[in-house]
Design a protein around this ligand. Sequence first.
Ligand SMILES: Nc1nc2c(ncn2[C@@H]2O[C@H](COP(=O)(O)OP(=O)(O)O)[C@@H](O)[C@H]2O)c(=O)[nH]1
Ligand SMILES: [Mg+2]
Length: 461
Amino acid sequence: MTFADTIAAIATPPGIGGIGIIRISGPKSEDIARLLFRSSQPAVDLKSHHLCHGHVISATSDQILDEVLITLMKKPHSYTGEDVLEIHCHGSPLILQAILTEVSHAGARLAEPGEFTKRAFLNNRIDLCQAEAVADIITARTQRGLEIALSQRKGDLSKKIEDLRQSLIDILAVLETAIDFTEAEVSGKHPGAGDILNRIQSILEDLQNLSSTYDEGKLVRKGVSAVITGKPNVGKSSLLNRLLGENRAIVTAIPGTTRDFIEEFISIRGIPVKLTDTAGIRDPANIIEKEGVDRVWERLSLADVVITLFDGSSPLTAEDYEIIEKNISRPIIPVINKSDLEHILNDQQFHDLFPRAKPHWISAKTGDGIPALKEAIYSMMMGHEQDHLATVIITQIRHKTALEKTAAHLLQARESIAGGLSAEFAAFDIREALGSLGEITGMTSAEEVLDRIFSTFCIGK
Ligand SMILES: Nc1nc2c(ncn2[C@@H]2O[C@H](COP(=O)(O)OP(=O)(O)O)[C@@H](O)[C@H]2O)c(=O)[nH]1
Ligand SMILES: [Mg+2]
């Protein structure tokens, strides 16, 4: 696809930095370079994929805007597949803006969010799930998230989808040349139908396996929210600090110390977990505290995991019971803190209160029981224990839906074959399955799907 217009954007984050980059893509890129750039070696012409030193000048006043390095990347060997120009200037918002304005006057228009990557996709430089991976690389919050995004960008998921597509095309080829399956074939006396049913079964299993990786993919991309609750002084802030490995929240022996929320991210087995430390739940002593407690209930209702903390060194109180009662339908992990002190509470009491969850004994003070608590948070998020992690992972609900649609068409095809219908019926379903599978890599995607995907990108990417 050739675009007539040239787009431009500041590609580096807003604010001050050592270097700022303006990115330009489209047919006017080279003209813009020639108009605005004065090389420090005038005899040397602009060479593609070379870094050139010089100055950017204003086309109207001839005034120097900044000392820069520029690179012209002639198509098709560029990110977008078009002529691309990058101007590396000093990372001053004023300079970046001034250069961008000159670039606009020279005929480029401002790029929309994700438009460079969208062009890369439309020019077949990358497929759709690779494009999505670009956004995930930028926003990854854990090492695991980054690994998955990089693997998807490299094309590991695309390759898996392509292998599945090839298997479907092979089946289609057989079906399209087949005369109707007779009963003898269906019962396995002739190789045709039985063989195809086996192949469909094996693809269905692959689809199911890939689909099940979404549990992890989603968590790694979106993260989860774990809210720590409990009455005052049970050690909520101490637990947050312990999980974080730093003294983030103020800890004192005075009940009611924490009023606002304290939020921090930690990584548990590669999943970004947003921890929230909250004000202790008790009958509010004043209006400020009441507001704090009201907000805690709101947060708790949105939490993926509720870490409910108790003080193991003193008996349960009415406040503890109220917290249990109000959270019982939530995804609770009961945790008994201060295991380093005398154990006043015991597991049996908790067995009656939380029949399904065994309490975790920890000491926020000494760190005892913290690794096991992290594992418990992980298991609760994943819904089950996971020993080994898959290498190819789907990360978007869009991928999962496409896989499910593909499987549904295959089941339909299987039914037609098993029911002895003409091979054309199964061939139709396999073609539909191919269409659904192709949505993942963008072979078959509607314009509005593309718009939705790319609009979530940042400008300049
Ligand atoms: N012995 C002991 N004291 C703790 C432990 N965790 C917290 N504390 C103490 O309990 C008091 C209240 O802790 P804090 O984290 O502020 O509780 P919060 O009100 O629930 O946030 C402080 O004096 C802490 O030092 C623990 O595991 N063992
Ligand atoms: Mg606190």
